[in-house]
Design a protein around this ligand. Structure first.
Ligand code: PAF
Length: 293
């Protein structure tokens, strides 16, 4: 069984395969007992993606990175065409992180003329980000399900930064009896606290400063929680005092970490998650923090 350690990753040159059939051929050639890990992305890789790749590298024998800016998760007024595309840099990162195969998806191949199938989503998708982006999770689940079918990994890795996305994908995998273990990886922040996102590059200096108050509000919530505050209304009200007035808050919800249902009070033995979304300088950002039991 081939396992590539973190110290030898520089010597690995990832292959790039385009085309579903080519990827399937590569997959069939793997030995039966090797654990294949999938890291699905839309490219524009940053440190958060590196963390996913590293986790996959450590926990799997073979690692596939997919890059595809998925149109079905964007509404017509969103940034599908301008979403950052940085393939050269992405390949360099893949090489450095010891990825075995990079697969760049093709829009016409993944969604050919006549494509009709849609996924109906659970209650979990109708709240938080699902309110302002009703198309989003259906599009994410559709492409993730397609990638699961194409790549057929034993494990797939998603960031906890997109907490709701992770939980919905775990739910879908369970509900549809898909034999893939969906693993979450901790959110990665800049040194100053900003949660890493491919869209951070859109932030101008002033908006970046304002964006920092999102994590400041979440850190305040965690502090209050550790001081014994358990009422969601109080956590929310005091934390949001840290938010810059220029930030356009979409939601700040204290929720159950599995069901994603809003909580009036956090059980000290169970903990919770706080998820938030806001628009800063025209850029929509999400962030979250876990209140550990
Ligand atoms: O989190 C993302 O980058 C995307 O939503 C995903 C999971 C790759 C699906 O396009």
């Amino acid at each position: 069984m081939k396992v590539i350690g973190a110290d030898s990753v520089d010597s690995v040159d990832p292959q790039t395969a385009s085309g579903i059939e080519e990827l399937r051929r590569w997959r069939r050639a793997l030995s039966g007992d090797s654990i294949l890990g999938l890291v699905p992305t839309m490219g524009a890789l940053h440190e958060g993606h590196r963390a996913l790749l590293r986790q996959a590298r450590q926990q799997c024998d073979q690692v596939v990175l997919t890059i595809f800016v998925n149109p079905t998760q964007f509404s017509p007024d969103e940034d599908l065409e301008t979403y950052p595309r940085t393939l050269e840099q992405d390949l360099q990162i893949a090489r450095q992180e010891g990825v075995d195969l990079v697969w760049v998806g093709d829009r016409e191949e993944l969604y050919p003329a006549g494509f009709q199938t849609r996924i109906d989503l659970p209650q979990m998708a109708q709240q938080l980000c699902g309110i302002s982006r009703p198309h989003f999770f259906a599009g994410v689940c559709l492409i993730v399900l397609k990638l699961f079918q194409i790549v057929q990994p034993q494990r797939a890795f998603f960031g906890e930064k997109d907490y709701q996305q992770l939980k919905i994908i775990q739910r879908m995998t369970l509900d549809l009896d898909i034999p893939i273990e969906v693993r979450g990886c901790p959110l990665v922040r800049e040194k100053d606290g900003l949660a890493l996102s491919s869209r951070n590059r859109y932030l101008e200096d002033e908006s970046r400063r304002q964006a920092l108050t999102l994590s400041a509000a979440l850190f305040r919530a965690r502090e209050l929680w550790s001081e014994g505050v358990v009422q969601s209304a109080e956590l929310k009200q005091q934390s949001l005092e840290r938010l810059d007035p220029a930030v356009d808050l979409e939601y700040f919800e204290v929720i159950d970490h599995e069901q994603l249902t809003p909580l009036e009070m956090v059980d000290r033995g169970r903990g919770a998650v706080i998820c938030m979304a806001a628009i800063v300088g025209g850029v929509r950002l999400i962030d979250n923090i876990i209140l550990e039991p």
